[in-house]
Design a protein around this ligand. Structure first.
Ligand code: PLP
Length: 370
């Protein structure tokens, strides 16, 4: 009976054309769906550091508060704090766990969370878990944010939360303006810099990009699983915040810490991002891709990030299938991840792509769309 019930539900998803299935990325020659923006997941030095970390074991054996706290974890947190120019940092098992764990620990019943309408699912889930009151402001609309804050300024604790770089569109939140507003309203700002870290601000992230200094009421969340090329998440902020999270954040407390090999590799990645200014090569590729993608009419606005939404509506799924036949992986994003009519192929580029790769992609899409 249980099997039948699930089959019926799956059929419903298929009938709505919303069925998802797993694909193996090894099958593709050209990958335009990776978040490995700097190619660090395959960097020799990073892999070497990973292997060195294995000396401490294949797994960490427990939560950080039990048997899973290694010197390496604390070293990585020191490295991230220096990188993000904050007092302290705390590493989580994923970016998802960081968003859920930080937001649900900080926002409580009776508090107010203001969230951008296009925020990532992990932010939405963190707010749901918090049981705080939630209001959504229009995407990156500073005026709308001010209006909502003005009407609700009687709340004692207000948290504004936003992606820095929006994962489906690649656009950047006006963090400089939002940082000023939260000061005026005595609120706290959480930015999810998952796609900004390693990419914007010479690799240092979105605060650096906007020349906004880390301050007591700004919390930066990030992930190690995108430009850093490994796996995991982190939060950076003031000392008291990190201490508070160690004591209150359930996804940190009740989950096994990251394996030492992942931590060791992540330390190396941060070192390379900083020393070798790896984001420079990515910036060059972004300029090159902007020109080509615009000339072919796939994008309207140029991007400053490596994420490009090629919005073809419902046709996106067929075009993506066509690309697969040419060995190109460009993942289709469908409703409900994006609004109906805004279905797209989410193209992401890396510092390792070459101009000919972009040209090949454009040629194939041209043919598939005539
Ligand atoms: C904006 C944003 N935040 C958080 C996450 C979650 O990060 P992770 O994949 O490390 O769990 C993602 C990745 O999907 C993301 O795009």
């Amino acid at each position: 009976m249980f099997r039948e019930k699930l089959k019926r539900e799956l059929q419903g998803i298929k009938d709505e054309n919303l069925y998802r299935k797993l694909r193996n990325q090894d099958d593709f020659i050209l990958n335009f769906s990776t978040n490995d923006y700097l190619g660090l997941s395959k960097n020799e030095e990073v892999i070497l550091a990973y292997n060195e970390g294995l000396k401490d074991g294949a797994g960490s054996t427990g939560s950080r508060l039990t048997s899973g706290n290694f010197k390496l974890h604390e070293k990585l947190e020191g490295v991230i704090s220096e990188f993000k120019e904050t007092e302290k940092s705390l590493v989580y098992s994923s970016g998802y766990a960081a968003n859920v764990g930080v937001i649900s620990a900080l926002a409580k019943k009776g508090d107010l969370v203001l969230s951008d309408e296009l925020n990532h699912a992990s932010i939405i889930d963190g707010i749901r878990l918090s049981r705080a009151d939630k209001l959504i402001y229009r995407h990156s609309d500073v005026q709308n944010l001010i209006e909502i804050l003005e009407k609700n300024k009687y709340y004692e604790n207000i948290i504004v939360v936003t992606d820095s770089v929006f994962s489906m569109d690649g656009d950047v939140s006006p963090i400089d303006k939002i940082a000023k507003i939260i000061d005026e309203y005595n609120a706290v700002l959480i930015i999810d810099d998952a796609h900004g870290t390693g990419v914007l601000g010479q690799g240092k992230g979105t605060l650096k990009h906007f020349k906004v200094k880390a301050s007591d009421n700004i919390i930066q969340i990030g992930t190690l699983s995108k430009a850093i090329g490994t796996s995991g998440g982190f939060v950076s902020g003031i000392e008291e915040l990190i201490d508070y999270l160690i004591n209150n954040s359930r996804s940190f407390i009740y989950s096994t810490s990251l394996p030492p090999a992942v931590i060791s590799a992540s330390i190396k990645s941060f070192e390379l991002v900083e020393k070798e200014r790896l984001s420079k090569n990515l910036e060059k590729n972004i300029i090159c891709a902007n020109k080509l993608f615009k000339n072919h009419g796939f994008i309207k606005c140029e991007s400053i990030t490596p994420i490009y939404p090629f919005v073809f509506g419902e046709k996106s799924i067929d075009i993506s299938k066509g690309l697969i036949n040419h060995g190109i992986f460009g993942v289709p994003i469908r409703y409900p991840t994006v609004k109906k009519g805004m279905e797209r192929i989410r193209i992401s580029i890396t510092s390792k792509h070459e101009k000919n790769d972009f040209k090949y992609l454009c040629e194939k899409i041209d043919k598939l769309t005539i």
